[in-house]
Write a protein that binds this ligand. Structure first.
Ligand code: WTA
Length: 658
């Protein structure tokens, strides 16, 4: 929190006069204000105008919003449409048929391109294959694949048939995969033999096999495998099928299944404040509309753009700004299989030059690591590359510090490209608070102003607005089309987590924020037990329950500390069942626990610091003193009252950092 306040006080405005709106964004600040007023005064007309202009419907809706059963909002009532028609078929008749939809660059630099016409054919063939196997609207499919053209084909083939997909990030372990298979009740899994990242081959099908073997997966009828490496893998011929065998001999057109506006397009799991991830359920029409509107507004899209979002499809950013948004706009986009540091840290800059990328959307954690690399090795500095094709830069997933912002603005954007510091969440479906390219000035470190239609505010615990420059809870006071519809299988949790009674039914984002006198928003970090490590959400409770499930661990408390590269780092305080370990023994157990977490959740959740103690500091009523642990982990002075702590021995700890 203190970093955000600091930046708020000391950072200046950056004039945005070098940029002229030339695409589909809002042309000026005055037009932005006008739109904000329009939606305030004519809510229904505003949204219905965009929904009819921007989406293709098989049956037009009869009502914009049904709010009779809050917070179960229903958008575009009675409407029917199909998402893939809106992302693919429409481009066959609007001049984009032979336009490149995807430029795929593999980990080792090989490039494959596919046009809109051919992408639709592949989606149709694969969808026909799924149909022949008996899959249909309402079925659930887990997708566990690398970044590829094939993962886009898989997602859209599901959407073509109304199959609800749930993409699981390839970095999650088989245990996490298993949990998600069970929670969603999947009958189909689409995966790959391997994924290639940073020169390494990582098995995916083997993780799927392990997940299925762990039990209760009788619902899985098929595992369809995209052949990425072609090596021998375990095969169950009654269940497993190669993706290309399934596509072979299928017709290259498949009738779309038109679904109700509210039909779930996908469920994406994310961490919250309990031990179990929650399945965020999104709609079809409202979600896609918001994806398309935010693409236009935030990125000032032009027909000749080459768009590159570096996220993985396993996260919401990869859904909205890779799989759906760019295709809905008929854009050419880059999809990258690898990582920013392979074969060296110039990879991003090389790719921008090679593919003439005009809109580049990445995460602060990547920029921070590339700043470090180019400080050490000038040859990987962006200066060495022609980045003049860039028009707009974007940032997502975590706060971007003013220093990082300035480096990105100067060295990547050559002070010509506005930075869209996009604040949003898995639950919001698309951007919510972000600087429009037309803004007169940007403020490094601030995500600036809410988009038209987004009624963002900062309130206190009783839901009342707080004055400017005062911290509080970030809320959204009115519904918007891209909003979360439910938590899969847990309506109670949906209501209590996001629409708590005391906040007058506002959507509670889970972030602290403040607004300055210009109305610009400053995000101050999570208010719950969720960490943000390299832009990824991790629940401390999830990591704690994984740690205590290890046979040698008695108690665990997980908190975050700030970290130069990853933003936040996971710190685990551990009490063992037997004697507290020291020296080599402690190092070995710490390694064992880190591997355990990699297997239980995934490598991203591995603790960076492990601190062993005889007990955890608790109040007399038995509550773990997390604030105190946070202070210890961040090396801060302990200035809080520790008189209620039962046992202070945690302080002479033995700490291991990896
Ligand atoms: C954080 C990612 C500051 C925030 C799209 C939010 C940000 C969580 C920003 C959502 C930003 C995202 N500035 N913080 N521009 N963008 N966050 O669901 O804490 O993976 O609640 O969605 O990331 O993470 P999620």
């Amino acid at each position: 929190m203190s970093n955000a306040i600091q930046s708020f006080l000391t950072e200046n405005k950056v004039l945005n006069t070098n940029y002229n709106v030339s695409g589909e964004s809002i042309s000026s600040y005055e037009s932005y204000k006008k739109l904000c007023l329009e939606v305030e005064n004519n809510f229904d007309e505003f949204w219905s105008g965009y929904a009819t202009d921007l989406l293709s419907w098989s049956k037009i809706f009869t009502k914009v919003l049904d709010d009779s059963n809050k917070p179960h909002y229903k958008w575009f009532v009675d409407g029917s449409m199909n998402v893939t028609v809106n992302c693919l078929d429409i481009h066959l008749t609007n001049g984009n048929a032979n336009k490149i939809a995807i430029i795929f660059e593999s980990d080792d630099g090989e490039v494959l391109k596919i046009t809109y016409k051919d992408l639709l054919k592949r989606v149709c063939k694969f969808a026909n294959g799924l149909k022949n196997l008996g899959y249909k609207i309402g079925d659930k499919c887990i997708i566990y694949m690398p970044m590829s053209i094939e993962v886009i084909v898989a997602m859209h083939a599901c959407a073509r048939l109304g199959i609800i997909h749930s993409v699981v990030f390839g970095g999650f372990s088989s245990k996490s995969l298993h949990e998600r298979i069970l929670d969603i009740g999947a009958s189909l899994i689409i995966t790959s033999d391997y994924q290639k990242r940073g020169g390494k081959k990582i098995p995916l099908k083997a993780a799927v096999d392990a997940a299925i073997i762990s039990g209760n997966c009788e619902s899985i009828k098929n595992v369809i495998v995209y052949k990425r490496a072609g090596d021998d893998i375990n095969w169950l011929s009654s269940r497993d099928l190669w993706m290309d065998d399934l596509e072979k001999n299928q017709l290259d057109y498949c009738e779309p299944v038109f679904v109700n506006s509210e039909h779930p397009l996908f469920v994406l799991y994310t961490s919250g404040s309990t031990g179990k991830p929650k399945g965020i359920q999104h709609s079809s029409a409202g979600y896609l509309l918001w994806a398309k509107m935010t693409m236009r507004w935030t990125f000032d899209i032009r027909g000749d753009d080459v768009f590159w979002c570096t996220a993985d499809v396993g996260w919401i950013t990869g859904h909205t700004y890779i799989a759906y948004g760019p295709l809905s706009m008929g854009l050419t986009q880059v999809i990258f299989e690898g990582i920013p540091t392979y074969p060296n840290s110039a990879r991003f800059w090389k790719m921008i030059e090679r593919h003439k990328v005009s809109i580049f959307y990445t995460a602060p954690t990547a920029i921070r690591s590339l700043i470090k690399s180019s400080d050490n090795d000038r040859s990987v500095h962006p200066d060495n590359f022609d980045l003049s094709s860039l028009r707009i830069l974007g940032s997502v997933g975590e706060p971007i510090s003013p220093d990082t912002w300035r480096w990105y603005y100067k060295n990547v954007g050559n002070e010509n490209c506005p930075i869209a510091d996009t604040w949003w969440q898995t639950e919001t479906g698309g951007h919510m608070i972000t600087p429009l390219p037309c803004l007169n000035y940007l403020k490094p470190g601030s995500c600036s102003l809410p988009l038209p239609g987004i009624c963002a505010a900062v309130v206190d615990e009783s839901g009342e607005d707080v004055p400017n420059s005062t911290g509080g809870f970030l809320v959204i006071k009115k519904p918007w089309p891209g909003m979360i519809r439910n938590i899969w299988g847990n309506t109670d949790r949906f209501i209590t987590s996001y629409f708590p009674e005391e906040l007058h039914g506002y959507y509670l984002a889970g972030d602290g924020a403040q607004r300055d006198n210009d109305g610009y928003f400053w995000i101050m970090g999570r208010i719950d037990d969720v960490l943000n490590v390299s832009g990824h959400r991790l629940g401390t409770m999830e990591i704690e329950s994984a740690l205590v499930s290890h046979s040698k661990v008695s108690e665990a408390a997980v908190i975050g500390r700030s970290d130069d590269t990853t933003g936040e780092a996971v710190v685990a305080f551990i009490v063992m069942k037997g004697e507290r370990p020291y020296n080599d023994e402690a190092i070995n157990i710490a390694k064992e626990l880190r591997n355990w977490i990699a297997c239980e959740i995934g490598p991203i959740a591995k603790p960076k610091d492990i601190i062993f103690g005889d007990s955890l500091p608790k109040t007399r009523s038995g509550k773990i003193m997390r604030r105190l642990l946070r202070a210890i982990a961040n090396g801060e002075n302990i200035n809080q009252d520790t008189s209620t702590i039962e046992n202070m021995s945690i302080f002479d700890n033995f700490s291991i950092t990896f």
